[in-house]
Design a protein around this ligand. Sequence first.
Ligand SMILES: *Cc1c(COP(=O)(O)O)cnc(C)c1O
Length: 424
Amino acid sequence: MKYVSTRGERKVDFVEAMSQGLAEGGGLYQPVDFPDLSYLLNNTYSDFAAFAVDFLTPFLAGSVLVDEVESLTKAALNFPLKTTQLTEQLQVLELFHGPTLSFKDFGARFLAQCLSRLNQSQCILVATSGDTGSAVASSFSGLSNLTAVVLFPKGKITARQKAQITCWHKNILAVEVEGFFDDCQALVKAAFADVDFKQQVHLSTANSINIARILPQMSYYAYCASQYYTTHQAPLNFVVPSGNLGNVTACFYAKQLGFPIGNITIACNANRAVVDYLQTGDYHSKATIRTLANAMDVGAPSNFERLQSLWLQYPDLQTQVSCGSVSDADIQQAIIDGYQRYDYLMCPHTAVGYHLAQQTPTEHTCLVSTAHPAKFETVIEPLIKQSLLVPDALQALLVKPQNFTSISSELTVLKPLIIAHCKG
Ligand SMILES: *Cc1c(COP(=O)(O)O)cnc(C)c1O
């Protein structure tokens, strides 16, 4: 399998696409073609990881990692994938049973395992709106040859999210940035644009601009839809809470690969750049709006470029994609509704999808649950008027000492920190 940039022609293998993170010219890598992998539906698998090995093999073919697909996939995806049936029509795909309790664990752990098998030093620079940082820090903590720098926006993430970013091995540097997630992301892009600097510290990124994060995410949509098809003989519609659009891009890719996926809904909070685009045909990134679903507070979603290059013509994109924008008030109402109706607690991000799924109930719908509710107790507890149980894995992290550095959002301030950390 080869990969090509959304803004270029040169084809590279998986390892090069992953190591570069962002392609030359600022483009994003995507598979050159989408082979039909639906024959995997004919096989039976003992669990998700076993499926993922077969699913991911073609994507690593032609790279030095191809013989390691099985061992690295099993090492990375070593936690459960669960579904909960809420109603006959609606199931929830719970992607939050990994070490840091969000779907980011799938991509971050896969990327970390891939990079660690290359035996070369690499510095991972990542911007986080909350959950990416903890997943990356946890996945890279203590791995030899690898260092990570995690940028998070000051005061815009919860205390529990912050604890999960700042408690790791010394190969992880946590940096609190004055500004929003988009400022952190702009710093990452600026660092990458500085080619000399990028080479000097062997910089790559673990944001969803990295194709290695998208691949394992494709595999859970393919697996879930295949399982559903086997029992119901119907394609499954997905509702995906979205911010930077990485997770939903993986869902569209899985559909392109021939898996039985029906309608895909991009569920947005008040940050509605994509929603407005689909209504008007004009795309403008926007200033970030803070919401209760903070991991989706993205005004300029990076992966929009990948979606656009799937359907080059706007009308095609418009017919393929559904979306909706949900207010904070509706997020709160959705959390209460899910709890009262089904005794089911959702994080605020999942609640965005739940609201849209309730608005237009459709048969064969799967709501993607992106994080464990206990990560967002400050939102949920006042609504349900009780305290949430803290899972043991989270509790163990919350009591560890925290280390981080604070900076203004300037590349000239960040660069020396990165050099000291990655070369130190
Ligand atoms: C990152 C994140 C999202 C948004 O995912 P994208 O791939 O950026 O669209 C949604 N929910 C949670 C809990 C997240 O951490």
